[in-house]
Design a protein around this ligand. Sequence first.
Ligand SMILES: *[C@@H]1O[C@H](CO)[C@@H](O)[C@H](O)[C@H]1NC(C)=O
Length: 480
Amino acid sequence: MRRISLRSIRLALCALAALLLLACLQVVFSGSLPSMPRSTPGGWPAFGGQRSEAENVLTRIPTGSEIGTPKGVNNDDNNYKYQTEAKLRQLTACMARGDCHPNAENVVIFATTHCFWAVFNNYVGGEGVWCNGMIDSLERQGYTVLVGKDDWSYVAHIYRQIPDMVKVIIGDDRPGSRFGRPHDYFRSEKRPDGIPTWKYFRFYYFSTPTGTVISNYWCVSAEIEWRTVGMPNYRNGTYLGYALEPPEETHTVPWAQRPNRAYILGKRVQYFYKWRDEPLIPADYITRAYHEMRKEIPDFEFVGGFIDDRTPKEKEELGEWKVPEGVRQLGKMNPTEFDDAVANSKAMVGIGWPATSPSPYRAIARGVPFLNPHTMHPHSKNEKPETWAFVQHDSIRYEAPPRVYQVEANNYDSFITALRAAMTTPSEPYIIPRLKREALDERMRNFVHHDWRSEAQRILTNRKNGKESEVGLGLGMFEM
Ligand SMILES: *[C@@H]1O[C@H](CO)[C@@H](O)[C@H](O)[C@H]1NC(C)=O
């Protein structure tokens, strides 16, 4: 008996809460709020005057860091839905008041795990940097950004409610993903409310874009292809990329005031040894170069922050791996500490891995040149970057000293010559033009507003007529 009565009290309380919620929805949409609120830098209008707690609850957007799920926190992992739905209520409210940012009704959905981690788990690996860059740029320009994880059923559910407002969806397509794949939700005769194939863009970090069924052009990348229009094997992907902080926000150290040290790129001690791949600059080169440089520059040293995250089995089989002699271990650093450690160096040394990370750009922006190793084919020529095989940072293979020194892999002379030149040649901070905020913002605007529909229609019509205009691996028929 007691139990039942408690339950009915709870039910009554719930009903009351629901009524309250309805009442405040009424307030939000009745236009009775003070008019013309201020605009915030993010593009979302701030409310003027008094707001009730309930209005706050409904229209405030919880940020990723507030509702993220760090290890050991037992919130459910639906925070992307929580934030997305708040954004849609916020959008409804500003539309009802007529004071949305002019771009707010253009919605971009991110359906990738990496962007989900970046927003909710503070993930700052390369893909995280890229996600944050694109999202910041879009929000800076007033666009509405929704994060749907790679939860395609949820993304389709959101899309279905606001199909015209969703301009583009950037997402993962991974066989075997527990959330299914994008084409499971594409519009078709049988699924008329599905996502149009041409609104979906494959999320792919590297500069070797591989697109969708339509074309490589439907693949967005963090890195620009080094091949340019007209070159054989040009893939014609869509470069979006990210931006660096503008110069006034970049902490730099004048060349003459920097200690005589070279920063070795890479967070794993494994990169010095044959692990998943061979290093391009082996560990013994580092030690040898250290002793050689010390004869010329007595306080010369290599520094870097390395961890050994091999599996226990690998550690047992391969034994202990240490940083080579001549490298001072700085340990694990946060992003600011990393930037400071780099800014206080005269060179950043690539030893092969990680490939294509944001770090060389951050170094160059601080006036710290990057030593960029490449392997050779038998026919490769050092003075012809287009003939090289693997390049650690592919898209800067054409850059030259004093910003980038191209180094031949497994060639000690090439390595020590570049290192010596970098350590003795002053270099000024430099931001590669495509990494400027304005450049990124322009790319993102063009991307959102491009007429993808007509482009796809043209390709499809050609294809149906037996004319293939596109580059890509899995090209095929699709429905508009
Ligand atoms: C890249 O592909 C798009 C889409 O088909 C096309 O409009 C554009 O002309 C292509 N660019 C080049 C350089 O091939």
